[in-house]
Each structure stands twice: as structure tokens, then as C-alpha cells.
Design a protein around this ligand. Structure first.
Ligand SMILES: NC(=O)C1=CN([C@@H]2O[C@H](COP(=O)(O)OP(=O)(O)OC[C@H]3O[C@@H](n4cnc5c(N)ncnc54)[C@H](O)[C@@H]3O)[C@@H](O)[C@H]2O)C=CC1
Ligand SMILES: NCC(=O)COP(=O)(O)O
Length: 341
């Protein structure tokens, strides 16, 4: 049934979980999440990828499924897996070309299943970006790839990192730091802010989201003495959005935006570059932080961390962020049903 025809959350299909790089910790945290499914109240889900990557790190039960419909039935007794491709020899901690290709195929398949309504949304385990670039992946990350497959322009797909006490949005994402000032434009900030506000309404049920905006320079430019981006780009973008009715404030000095009292005053902080956003988020929420893409027709979440090749295969990966990503995906799917009517 198309997701748009579903009104009762109980009718939502399972979530598709792409396994990410088979040599990373993705398979392990997906398997550990399945083990914790009842204790943590996780929604039904199925893995998409090479089942051998699960078997390489886990001895638990796996149910090979042919269609997503079979996943809901199998989920109670085994981790359902939709086999996409074989990744060749899998050595946890040692990524390779075949694994990168399999990760990409799994991501592509999962997006297709969500777009068709066979899956309630996608949860993506981490990929190795260097490895993906090595097989010709032309997007900066999974965010932009999923956006393209959904027909959404990159500037309208927003990466939001969310934990229980903080949500952040990097305005520029995976570009060299030296290119950030030139990439910041009024139009880009406006597009990200508008998508963020709509995304908070649709996925989190926040009726009137409160947004704050960080400056780029120390002390938000100190009146132009330490940089002019605040005066020439960020403040005009904020002002135009305020005039259109958004609850948005800034630019503020970034170093004062993330302490506990400040965090109570907003629903999301828009940051000018990747680390300005992700450092506070991961400091507070490394083990329960979620990366959600806003602005898509489908629900997409991911754990906040990467492939952790250094610990893959050692059974020491913490599944907390993956479980948080599964829970947030389920909550977003339910919130969308309520929001979209
Ligand atoms: N969503 C995604 O697909 C993401 C992918 N990456 C990719 O991951 C690769 C490695 O990136 P890094 O910067 O090293 O970040 P990372 O998050 O993989 O690792 C950073 C540190 O945290 C530890 N760690 C990460 N997740 C953990 C977990 N669940 N349990 C216990 N320890 C954990 C690692 O062992 C390492 O010490 C890169 O290729 C990067 O592109 C990075 C971030 C997100
Ligand atoms: N640092 C966040 C990250 O790398 C996630 O990127 P994406 O692959 O989800 O676009």
C-alpha cells in the first residue's frame, strides 16, 4: 500500500536498514539493535546488504527474505535480511572496492523500497566515504545521494544531527574548510532554514520551531572587525526569514550557543560548517545522536558516527546511535502521518 494511503501507524511497513560498508561496524550495530528490539521498543526492520557481513560478526539468527513483506513476520524470531549483492571476501576493519560497491547497492535498494512504500523509511548504517569516492561515487555523502534519488535538489536536503538535548544543522557540509566562506550565500542559508523549519514541524510535530543561527567568525564577526560574513550574508538571510514569519534569531557567537541554558532557548541551531555543528552534537550525544535528512519525501535517519574500521570485528561497537536512529525514524513516520493527515 502506498504510504500516503496509510493513516494508522500500526499499518506502517518495516524499515529498510542499509548495512553500510560491510567491513565497518554497520552489520554489528544492526545485529545488536535487533537483539535489543523488545527492550528498546524498536520498530520492525530488515537489513539490506550482504548477509555474509552479518555472519562475519554475529552468530544470531538471520532470516533471508525475498520481499519486505516477509520481514514483519520474521522479525520476531530472526533478523530479516534482503540480500542485495555479495561483497566478496569480508574482513572486518579492512574495507575494499567490492564492499564499497555493495554498500552503494544496498543504499540504492533501500531508497527504492521506501519510495515505493514497501518500507516505512530508511535507516542507513555508515559508509566509508573515501572508499565510495574510490568507486566513482560522485556525491559528497549519502545525504545528497538519497536526495538525488528522491528528486530533491541538494540545497533543499538538510542534514540535521539530533540528540535528546540538541539539534544542529550544518549549512555547508562536506567541503574543505577553506571553501566555506565562499559557499555561504543568503539563498543557501534561507533554503536550509526553511527546510529545517518545515522538517521540524513534519517529523517532530513542533508547531512553531525556534531556530538560532551561529556566526562564522569569532564573536560573530565583532561588528565586522573579525570578518564581514555576518553583516553581508548571515544577518540579511536571518532578517528576511524573520520578515516572512519564521522564529529565527542570530547570528550569535557560536562559542556561546551550546551550553545547557542556551540550548533550552531553541529547537535547532543552524551552523555555518560541518564541525561547528557536529562537535557539540557528538560531544553531548555520541552514543545516541542521529543524523536525519530533512526535506525528503521519505524518512531517512542514520547513526551520527562513522564506520569505525578500527574496532570492526571486535564486538565492541556501541549500538546506541543506531537504536536511536531506528526509534527516531519510527517517531518521524508517525509524526508525518499526523501532520500530513
Ligand atoms: N553516516 C555515515 O555514513 C558516516 C560515515 N563516516 C565515515 O566513517 C569513516 C571513519 O570516520 P571517523 O572520522 O573515523 O569517525 P568514526 O565515527 O567512524 O570513528 C570515530 C571514533 O569513534 C569510535 N566509534 C565510532 N562509532 C562507535 C560505536 N558505535 N561504538 C564505539 N566506538 C565508536 C571509533 O572507533 C573511533 O575511535 C570515514 O570514512 C567517514 O567518511 C563518518 C561519519 C558518518
Ligand atoms: N559527518 C556526517 C556524515 O558524514 C554523514 O554523511 P551522510 O553520508 O549521511 O551524508
Amino acid at each position: 500500500m502506498p504510504l500516503s494511503n496509510i493513516t494508522d501507524p500500526a499499518d506502517l511497513p518495516p524499515f529498510a536498514v542499509s548495512l553500510g560498508d560491510p567491513a565497518g561496524i554497520g552489520p554489528e550495530i544492526v545485529a545488536k539493535s535487533w537483539v535489543m528490539r523488545e527492550a528498546r521498543g524498536l520498530p520492525p526492520f530488515f537489513a539490506v546488504g550482504d548477509a555474509a557481513s552479518l555472519r562475519a560478526v554475529w552468530l544470531g539468527p538471520i532470516a533471508m527474505i525475498g520481499t519486505p513483506q516477509e520481514a514483519a513476520e520474521a522479525f520476531g524470531s530472526a533478523l530479516p535480511c534482503l540480500q542485495i549483492a555479495e561483497a566478496g571476501e569480508i574482513v572486518p576493519g579492512t574495507p575494499g572496492i567490492d564492499g564499497a560497491r555493495t554498500a552503494l547497492q544496498a543504499l540504492e535498494a533501500a531508497v527504492g523500497l521506501a519510495r515505493s512504500g514497501s518500507a516505512a523509511g530508511i535507516v542507513t548504517a555508515p559508509v566509508g566515504k573515501e572508499q565510495l569516492y574510490g568507486v566513482g561515487f560522485a556525491h559528497p555523502g549519502q545525504t545528497e545521494f538519497v536526495a538525488e534519488r528522491c528528486g530533491v535538489a541538494p540545497h533543499n536536503a538538510v542534514m540535521m544531527l539530533a540528540g535528546p538535548s540538541l539539534k544542529v544543522v550544518p549549512i555547508t557540509i562536506h567541503i574543505p574548510l577553506a571553501e566555506v566562506p565562499a559557499a555561504l550565500t543568503v539563498d543557501l542559508i534561507r533554503a536550509r532554514a526553511l527546510t529545517t523549519a518545515k522538517g521540524l514541524q513534519r517529523n517532530f510535530g513542533i508547531a512553531r520551531p525556534r531556530l538560532v543561527v551561529a556566526g562564522l567568525n569569532p564573536h560573530a564577526g565583532e561588528g565586522g572587525a573579525l570578518g564581514r560574513e555576518e553583516i553581508e550574508i548571515i544577518a540579511p538571510a536571518v532578517e528576511s526569514l524573520r520578515q516572512e514569519g519564521l522564529d529565527i534569531r542570530g547570528p550569535f557567537a557560536a562559542d556561546g550557543l551550546f551550553h545547557a541554558r542556551a540550548r533550552e532557548s531553541y529547537d535547532a541551531a543552524l551552523c555555518m560548517y560541518h564541525d561547528q555543528a557536529l562537535i557539540p552534537l557528538k560531544t553531548l550525544h555520541f552514543d545516541d545522536g542521529v543524523n536525519m535528512t530533512l526535506g525528503l519525501p521519505i524518512v531517512r535517519t542514520s547513526p551520527d558516527h562513522g564506520t569505525a574500521f578500527g574496532i570492526a570485528g571486535t564486538d565492541s561497537a556501541n549500538p546506541g546511535a543506531m537504536m536511536a536512529a531506528l526509534k527516531m525514524a519510527a517517531e518521524a513516520a508517525r509524526a508525518r502521518l499526523a501532520h500530513d493527515g
